[in-house]
Design a protein around this ligand. Sequence first.
Ligand code: PRP
Ligand code: MN
Ligand code: MG
Length: 180
Amino acid sequence: MKDDILEVLVSEEEIQEKVAELGKEITEMYEGKFPLVVGILKGCLPFMGDLIQKIDTHIEFDMMDVSSYGEAFVSSGEVKIVKDLNTSVAGRDILIVEDIIDSGTTLHYLVNLFHHRGAKSVKIVTLLDKPEGRTADVTADLAGFIVPDKFVVGYGLDFIEKYRNLPFVGVLKPEVYQGE
Ligand code: PRP
Ligand code: MN
Ligand code: MG
């Protein structure tokens, strides 16, 4: 599996150091508030799992699974809910956890949805931010690393469902995705 990686962009050590820093900032942001931390499946899972252990104040967490509709709908920001939250967001401070913001379609939809459902506040933490991909107006409140407009995988990010279990973020060798 690791043979398919051209270059490591963010090492396991760099990720873990950043996760600890972000956890500290989130702790300060929400001290005494009991936020609802919402992970967006599947990509968020490794980051979410590590991050919540670095938040040193009471939180509740829940998970949601969404998928974007076909290309034709991307610009309209249409997103389908595959698995909704079990928890009401009304009156809650929401922190959305993502592995990456690319076009911004997913988060643009979710931020609007949570406001519409009566959330008290909605903030975003993302491990990776790819600003060059952006078509929707979304800005992360906390972002770990800026990544170039390349095909990145690992630590939750997939290529046709593979590579999510890598402990680092890397760029895939072109021959791997050109063969598909
Ligand atoms: C990926 C990623 C983000 C989203 C970012 O998820 O995990 O959720 O795309 O892209 P966007 O900013 O252009 O919306 P994907 O929909 O591939 O599902 P997955 O997390 O299950 O891989
Ligand atoms: Mn995702
Ligand atoms: Mg994906």
